[in-house]
Design a protein around this ligand. Sequence first.
Ligand SMILES: [Zn+2]
Length: 377
Amino acid sequence: MIFVLLFIGLAAALPLFGQQYRLISLRPNELTKVTEAEWWRLKQQNTQFLDLTGRYPTLLEPMREGQSVSVTLEKPVIVYNYPNGSEFHEKEVNSLLTDIDPSKIQGTLEELSSFKSRYYKSEKYLDSSIWVYSKLLGYALGRENYNLTVVNHEKFPQSSYILRIKGTNNSVETPTIVLGAHIDSMNLVLPSFLPAPGADDDGSGVVTLLETLRIVTEHGLSFPNDIEFHFYAAEEGGMLGSLDIFNAYFLQKKVVAMLQQDMTGYAAKSLRKGQPEHFGLITDYTSPYLNEFLRQVIETYCRIPVFETACGYPCSDHYSAHMNGFPAGMVAEAQREYWNPYVHTTGDTIDKLSMLHIAEHVKLCLGYVYELGEYSF
Ligand SMILES: [Zn+2]
């Protein structure tokens, strides 16, 4: 016990050598000034927050430690119509679903989770980012309608990546459909030193997107609307990568839907507790209209049911889209009480995951991309 506490203490103390205070959001439209040690204590308790230190630099200094202030962070979410199940392209989508390959999913996830860690602050772990980048480059090279963007972030070395399949609409007002996952992982005890394989959190989401992208590419598909695959840096640091991207997209892009895939591989606890294998549809801080569409996609294309669940504030990168007024959703591996208990530890490994469960998420993503890519917004 003393050993464990010593390590937790060290982890909390180490970041003190950097910037001393952070500005975090623990509740909607509220910012709190905390020390870096408190930041780590909250993180180790699995308290979820946004880190907005970089966005409000002038607010930080005059505030007292522990003080909270009200700031309007959330923009009103724009409402769009989504296709109804009766309008779905079942024949076309079903022909894509037969190409989902669980052995390919497994191979990709084995590679990704074999990196020691994907901790966003450590340059020594950038090998995992280069791996993601080279996968995406393999798809983008030689395809004129593919565009790969590296998004560098000011305060940490890990980059985010955006692979865009340009829509045939070709206008500035072209609707954009986003699929997101985060590339970083974190060991909460000693993030700079201990392994964080992050197979489920969020290696599973990354390979869900990569398998979707593989099939869309091999079928040579393009759509009237833009499709963007987002691979975010530093979700574990308080949604830092996705916040930079969606703050920049505000008033610049017509993002009509964003679907986050964070933790898509663990079904063991549901089964152990006598529940059917299922999806968890996140109902808080998401768009109810988009959620209704997602439910219909699942009912049309997937073999497992979907149950509603809450995730709390701010949960994952979809909140960065939601906060900026874009309709966002997240479908996770199960209802929250059945999520993977090994995340953020050395135990978040591939052997605990189901490739067939990830394949269900790929079905959802292929249905999402096809039906929204074709839809006239
Ligand atoms: Zn995650």
